[in-house]
Design a protein around this ligand. Structure first.
Ligand code: 5AD
Ligand code: SF4
Length: 447
């Protein structure tokens, strides 16, 4: 008797680390249901896209992909759209791409096994769409982590901030935190599996509220840092409104907490911050920065900026540039404003021409490039511990990451026992805007 052919799936992920980690959970769930992951669309019986709708370009990508592969439907392939575009567009996706048979937002992933059975039984249109009020979280024992050394843990899902430009409160629902007990259990489990770095994830990680009332966010950071054999703890993304001094004190007191804070500012103009509904002023943001800078440890600071938000004048933009000069960020992710459906700002006229948005973006990136170069030059001659991520064979250089989250490419003599996942000391010898260069300290070193 011949066996039924194995069910196969292909999954492509767009967007942020939350999506990347959701995909790890989705993969684990599908594998637990008897599916096998394959590397190409052609080999798969089920094709899934985990989508992002933060900006228009990200959203368009999934529709291009669906159009590219539409002809493969005739071979019996099924298509599914997961994530933020699924939640945002809902049933409209079936109209735009009739070959799609599954549309599922992130708050419904725990129902995926039942949805898969429906699709296998021939259902044409299966949906998992929640309203904002959902309490659902996606905790699963079946996470298929892609990196064997650094692992993500979601501690809070959703967002209640409603920044006027942002779709996330609509696509990911209201804020809901996991208990600190369950987060710590997952951290210990990961340590037992050999992970040495943990990254705590949430749209607003520092809005974390332990439903059992046991730990504040800073206390949770400390507790994860104390888990045996965890060497590095990172967290992203923090919101300035909920950023307390206790977070800086935690970093100062626990060597396992990495010396890096990502604190999106979005604009240096208080007038724009008000229009963006960011819930803080430039001065209040600067106060958070002063706490970070007065820490005993040298904490790197990175941020997100939006240029060309409706009503942004040249003077507002200049204020963003002056903030970059004052803070001296170690990294900036900058974006042109993109109007998004459902958001409060959609009612405002998007009057700044795209060419002007591009100009502002380039001016900002150019300014930041020279700031980053001078920031990085300060590391020359320092000894940094790096976690080894891989090797660039062409350049015969190892690729490492510092606690400050900077890439440090280094050379080592051929006898050194280096492998991905090990922690080694490196002396910094040169600096570029986006990376450092160095050499291994000592002849042989391994974790
Ligand atoms: N347009 C441009 N950038 C946006 N971001 C969020 N929404 C938008 C939008 N509508 C940026 C913000 C946020 C980052 C993840 O994406 O800077 O911090
Ligand atoms: Fe979006 Fe603002 Fe929530 Fe961040 S805090 S996810 S930018 S609404």
């Amino acid at each position: 008797m011949s066996e039924a052919p194995q069910k196969t799936f292909y999954l492509e992920t767009f967007g942020c680390q939350m999506n990347a980690h959701d995909s790890e959970k989705v993969v684990g769930t599908l594998v637990s249901q008897g599916y096998r992951q394959v590397p190409t669309v052609e080999e798969a019986s089920l094709v899934l896209y985990n989508t992002c709708s933060i900006r228009d370009k990200a959203e368009q990508k999934v529709f291009h992909r669906l159009a590219d592969y539409k002809k493969l439907e005739a071979q019996g392939k099924k298509f599914g759209v997961l994530g933020c575009v699924a939640q945002q567009e809902g049933n409209k996706i079936f109209e735009r791409a009739p070959h799609v048979s599954l549309v599922c937002g992130s708050a419904s992933y725990r129902n995926l096994p039942q949805m898969l059975i429906q699709i296998e039984d021939g259902a044409r249109r299966v949906t998992g769409l929640d309203d904002r009020a959902t309490d659902e979280c996606f905790e699963t024992e079946f996470t298929a982590r892609t990196n064997p050394h650094r692992g993500y843990i979601t501690i809070i899902e959703g967002c209640d901030k409603f920044c006027s430009y942002c779709v996330v409160p609509f696509t990911r629902g209201k804020e809901r935190s996991r208990t600190s007990l369950s987060v710590l259990a997952e951290a210990r489990q990961m340590a037992d599996l050999g992970y040495s770095e943990i990254q705590l994830l949430g749209q607003n990680v520092n809005s974390y509220r332990d439903p059992a009332g046991r730990k504040s966010f800073a206390e949770l950071l400390l507790a994860v840092g104390e888990v045996q054999s965890i060497k590095r703890v990172r967290f992203t993304t923090s919101h300035p409104r909920d950023f307390g001094r206790d977070i800086v004190e935690a970093i100062d007191s626990s060597p396992a907490l990495c010396d890096h804070v990502h604190l999106p500012v979005q604009s240096g103009s208080t007038r724009m911050l008000l229009a963006m509904q960011r819930l803080y002023t430039r001065d209040k943001y600067q106060e958070c920065i002063s706490w970070i800078k007065s820490a005993r440890r040298d904490i790197s600071i990175t941020t997100d900026v939006i240029v060309g938000f409706p009503g942004e004048t040249e003077a507002d933009f200049e204020q963003t540039l002056s903030l970059l000069d004052e803070v001296h960020y170690d990294g900036v992710f900058a974006f042109k404003y993109s109007p998004r459906p459902n958001t409060p700002a959609i009612g405002l006229e998007d009057a700044i021409p795209d060419a002007e948005k591009s100009r502002r973006l380039n001016v900002l990136l150019e300014r930041q490039r020279s700031i980053q170069k001078s920031r990085n030059q300060k590391h020359i001659e320092e000894h940094c511990e790096v976690m080894v991520e891989g090797k660039n064979e062409v350049r015969n250089q190892w690729i490492g990451r510092t606690s400050q989250n900077k890439t440090l490419n280094f050379t080592a003599d051929s006898e050194a026992r280096i492998q991905p996942g090990s922690y080694v000391p490196v002396r910094v010898t040169a600096a570029f805007p986006n990376s450092l260069v160095g050499e291994l300290v000592g002849a042989v070193s391994a974790s």
